[in-house]
Design a protein around this ligand. Structure first.
Ligand code: FAD
Length: 321
């Protein structure tokens, strides 16, 4: 059954986040040959419309307003709901990012719709659109279908392959004027922590440190390895609690969820709360002095040794490639 499906293009620092393209790929599956319409909301974002088309959107609707310069749930909900009202879609897909996690439940509430959150796969099977999502902190997966109403889902970054960019694709980019009003919160200024390198939640390679790194300086060899591999540095809560690094690096049940192609855990014991944030990584390498460490149970490759010896050796070897 062909459906019209809306996708929100997520913009950060003037660029589209990869998860937008992954959401388009998911929306294509939901649309089953129907139309995929991408939505852009922001102050000046229309120039990004073409890229969404190149990644598979059939059409783009842009809502520009100076009140959308910074993300607020109120403002973006009004923008997206206005597009929903105009387009009357049968499906809606957002990234399962900080923005998507905040916005999607609000939209679902306003539309009195259900929501399948944090999907890691979507397929058309047996006449249904079937979403797979992790449960019990990633220990199991459940499959869900929508039996009635809007097919509304958020998709976890780095799990659904985007379509290849095709610069020859063309599609209409139109604008919709929305009167954004009664904002309950207005963001005056965003003060960013200086972050180094690649965005952790979208990184293809993550090098994570735990209490085993022993100090803030102990993260330096991990940063070097991350640089060589074009990856990001993450951490266990143990390392964050010990003040070796910032909490923005924390991976796990109460931190970020990552699904990189390669996750290297250095000096991390493998507590269940940590595994909840990384166990779906495609290849897991663990470096730990303790051969009994729990992390080895889920690792594809385990290195029993001192991370301060092993990590620099790996960095040197990768530099040669
Ligand atoms: P440890 O358990 O102390 O492990 C350190 C490891 O380093 C050991 O295995 C040791 O053998 C190894 N090691 C030491 N020196 C070296 C060396 N030189 N070379 C190699 N290996 C070495 N944790 C998270 O990570 N993320 C979360 O989101 C999270 N949420 C939580 C939520 C709740 C409600 C609770 C109760 C806990 C949560 N935790 C979380 C904490 C979690 O239970 C663990 O305490 C934490 O993950 C342990 O961190 P760690 O593995 O770095 O430290």
């Amino acid at each position: 059954m062909a459906r019209k499906v809306l996708v929100l293009g997520e913009v950060r620092d003037g660029s589209l986040r990869n998860v937008s393209f992954e959401a388009i790929a998911a929306a294509k599956t939901v649309a089953e040959g129907g139309e995929v319409v991408a939505v852009l909301a922001g102050e000046t974002v229309s120039a990004l419309g073409t890229e969404l088309v190149q990644y598979g959107a059939d059409r783009v609707v842009v809502v520009e307003n100076d009140k959308l310069k910074q993300y607020t749930s109120d403002g973006f909900a009004q923008a997206l709901l206005a597009v929903v009202d105009q387009e009357k879609p049968e499906g809606l897909v957002l990234g399962h990012t900080a923005l998507g996690k905040d916005l999607a439940p609000r939209i679902a509430g306003k539309l009195s719709s259900g929501l399948i959150s944090d999907a890691v796969a979507v397929e058309a099977a047996g006449g249904n659109i079937v979403f797979t999502r992790p449960i019990y902190s990633g220990k199991a997966f459940e499959k869900k279908i929508v039996t009635d109403g809007l097919i509304f889902a958020t998709v976890r970054p780095n799990n659904i392959a985007p379509l290849a960019q095709d610069e020859s694709r063309s599609g209409e980019v139109s604008s919709l004027s929305v009167d954004i009003k009664d904002l309950r919160a207005i963001i005056k200024e965003v003060v960013r922590k200086a972050s180094e390198g690649v965005d952790l939640s979208e990184a293809k390679v993550v090098i994570s440190g735990g209490r085993g790194v022993k100090s803030a300086e102990g993260f330096e060899p991990l940063k070097e390895l991350a640089n060589v591999l074009g990856g990001a540095v993450g951490a266990s809560r143990g390392a964050c609690d010990a003040d070796y690094c910032d909490y923005s690096l924390q991976i796990g049940q109460t931190g970020k969820v990552v699904t990189p192609d390669l996750y290297i855990a250095c000096g991390i014991s493998g507590a269940i709360q940590h595994l909840a944030g990384m166990s779906n990584s495609k290849v897991i390498v663990a470096i730990n002095k303790d051969p009994e460490a729990n992390i080895f149970k889920i690792a594809d490759y385990g290195i029993v040794g001192d991370l301060f010896e092993v990590v620099p050796l790996l960095t040197e070897e990768f530099k040669k490639l």
